[in-house]
Design a protein. Structure first.
Length: 129
């Protein structure tokens, strides 16, 4: 098998959302994603810097949101170049934070919540020696 045929292009988690228009507005206006496509008003994709999320209009999975956030679980982890500047941008855009910018042994990180309760973790890896 040659290397080209075995390569991956991207990965896109699919979030089930209650209101597609509301979710698209959040990802576009608050997180600065571009709307990549909308299919018949029930399925859409957003993209920022080759990071993609798909949104499907369907009842979200029921979970204990308070426990999920208390345990600092995330639905997706996004690697970033500058957690500090991205965090500041999201603060100015009024994005709800679950975990504010903090330093961890593996780097800088923060977590935000979308309108359907999905938690996105943004992580800037620590410099390696």
């Amino acid at each position: 098998m040659n290397k080209t045929s075995a390569s991956l292009s991207y990965i896109a988690p699919v979030f089930r959302v209650a209101d597609l228009a509301r979710s698209l507005a959040f990802y576009r206006d608050r997180l600065s994603f571009a709307v990549e496509f909308v299919e018949e008003g029930f399925y859409a994709g957003v993209c920022r810097d080759d990071c993609r999320i798909h949104l499907k209009c369907a009842p979200p999975t029921v979970r204990d949101q308070m426990a999920f956030e208390r345990e600092e679980h995330i639905d997706v982890c996004v690697g970033v170049d500058s957690a500090e500047s991205l965090s500041a941008h999201f603060v100015s855009a009024g994005v709800p934070f679950v975990v504010p910018l903090r330093e961890m042994p593996y780097g800088l990180e923060f977590y935000v919540r979308d309108p359907d309760g999905y938690v996105l973790g943004f992580v800037q890896a620590a410099a390696t020696a």
